[in-house]
Design a protein around this ligand. Structure first.
Ligand code: SAH
Length: 464
């Protein structure tokens, strides 16, 4: 199996420092279950790629292990030597351990920096398929590209295999990328090569650090990682949710019941939040205001990431703000976290000095709740008076509505929507706003793309 990590950070050859592996050398490492080779298929100033190739010894994997019952053919003939599994995780920790720990003597500042990364892992066995791959990686800020392999390319009628090529693109610190792979590749595979014990639990919590706590799928991740050990999974959840004080048993059990249903459904909401977080991270925003914050899911994700030093939620509805405070468990929040958060009651259509002084403002699924005639007021409040360096606006793409079978033609997705725009309509509005107020606008798709109709959500990013 092959893992490649490419960057276009300048100079790209600094990848060698980050991974603590010299780009001019091809190195081989002996592991308990085979060999790991590290080499650089390309290394220039513009782009550099490092490859980790695992060459597992299928016989060695079986030798010395006490098989339950008689030896079976399955012990020798299986996919384990060829797929990205927990062996890859072990190889990453043994061969790229310094990089995963964020240790980089040559370029210490670079190890702390999020740089553009393009990562390919293949083949990945994924129980839960493309939907699960996306649900695990998109909330972490990756753009995910998934290709499913046929069982046998020579015999298409045999159908699809459970193996995927997974490509992840995003702005990440190297240590974060490696810990994401370390935890999530075995979660996708859902098959452990050794018995899970307390040490595994410690590893999960250590490697998952803060991102796991804020991950919308943390229950599924903990449960699958600690496969067949519900007690440990519960313990992990207890530690992960300590801060927000949710009863771990309740969450794990509810999570288990929901898992099957969830795995079938693409959660646009999470993808949207993942996309917003990725843009905020890329922009290096520290002070963020969520305008029309609703019940505060984005606020929660922001608070879980220490990059965001000051997080403010604003909404016109006092009832919604009360719910946000309750769901975020503001009362029980540790003081250091509590200090970073502020909830404001206000309207986007009235000039408000409290909205000034932020690095970024988010309007996630908000503009369509205002009458078109009030948009101009919103424009002035946000772009003329508040004037954050970055503004992120998401709204439904009405072209995509044709794909919702239960939605009658011409109606909106939500009863309270005053309008829904095509991609062209959003782009025309956003471009005009940007021109008028001295911003640059760019547009990003969010969610699964249809070749003609685009994605369910559209995003405009304004940068001053
Ligand atoms: N951003 C949240 C909520 C979207 S729903 C999310 O993505 O989940 C739209 C929210 O905008 C509601 O909470 C609504 O109360 C709020 N809203 C509507 N008009 C507003 C206005 N004029 N000023 C501030 N918030 C407003």
């Amino acid at each position: 199996m092959l893992l490649t990590i490419s960057t276009t950070h300048h100079p790209a050859s600094d990848l060698g420092y980050l991974l603590v592996k010299h780009p001019d050398r091809c190195q081989t490492f002996d592991l308990a279950f085979g060999k790991a080779h590290v080499f650089y298929p390309e290394c220039g100033d513009e782009r550099c790629t490092a490859a980790l190739l695992l060459d597992l010894d299928p016989v060695g994997l079986v030798r010395g292990r006490k098989a339950p019952g008689a030896a079976t053919l399955g012990q020798y003939v299986n996919d384990r030597p060829y797929v990205a599994s927990s062996f890859l995780a072990v190889a990453i920790s043994q061969v790229l351990g310094s990089a995963m720990g964020g240790r980089c003597k040559g370029r210490p500042e670079l190890a702390e920096q999020a740089i553009p990364l393009d990562v390919v892992v293949e083949p990945v066995p994924a129980r839960g398929g493309e939907v699960l791959i996306r649900r695990l990686f998109e909330p972490l800020g990756y753009e995910v590209d998934v290709t499913r392999h046929a069982l046998d390319a020579a015999f298409p009628s045999w159908g699809e295999s459970p193996y995927y090529r997974v490509e992840l693109k995003g702005q990440q610190r190297m240590r974060d990328l490696l810990t994401h792979l370390y935890v999530l590749v075995p979660v996708l595979d859902h098959e452990k090569h050794y018995w899970v014990d307390e040490a595994e639990l410690a590893k999960l919590l250590a490697k998952g650090e803060s991102w796991l706590q804020g991950h919308p799928e943390r229950e599924l991740i903990a449960r699958r990682y600690l496969y067949r050990q519900p007690r440990l999974a519960r313990q992990a959840m207890a530690q992960l949710v300590e801060e927000d004080g949710v009863d771990p048993d309740e969450k794990t059990e509810a999570g288990a019941r929901r898992e099957d249903v969830l795995e079938e459904r693409i959660r646009l909401d999470d993808q949207r939040r993942g996309a917003v977080l990725a843009v905020l991270k890329e922009a290096g925003a520290r002070r963020v205001i969520d305008l029309g914050c609703g019940e505060g899911k984005l606020l929660r994700a922001l608070l879980d990431d220490k990059q965001f030093e000051h997080v403010v939620g604003m909404d016109v509805s006092p009832r919604v703000l009360e719910m946000a405070a309750k769901r975020l468990r503001v009362e029980q929040m540790p003081p250091r976290k509590r200090e970073r958060l502020q909830l404001l009651h206000g309207s986007l259509t009235y000039r408000d000095e409290r909205l000034a002084g932020f690095d970024a403002a988010c309007l996630v699924e908000v503009i369509e709740h205002l009458d078109v005639s009030r948009l101009q007021a919103l424009e002035r409040v946000v772009f003329e008076f508040a004037r954050p360096a970055t503004v992120i606006v998401t709204t439904p793409n009405s072209e995509y509505n044709a794909l919702f079978e239960t939605l009658p033609a011409g109606s909106f997705r939500h009863a309270d929507h005053r309008f829904e725009w095509t991609r062209d309509e959003l782009q025309r509005w956003a471009q005009a706003v940007a021109d008028k107020h001295g911003y640059q606008a760019r547009f990003l798709p969010v969610g699964p793309a249809h070749p003609e109709l685009g994605t369910p959500t559209q995003m405009a990013v304004f940068v001053r």
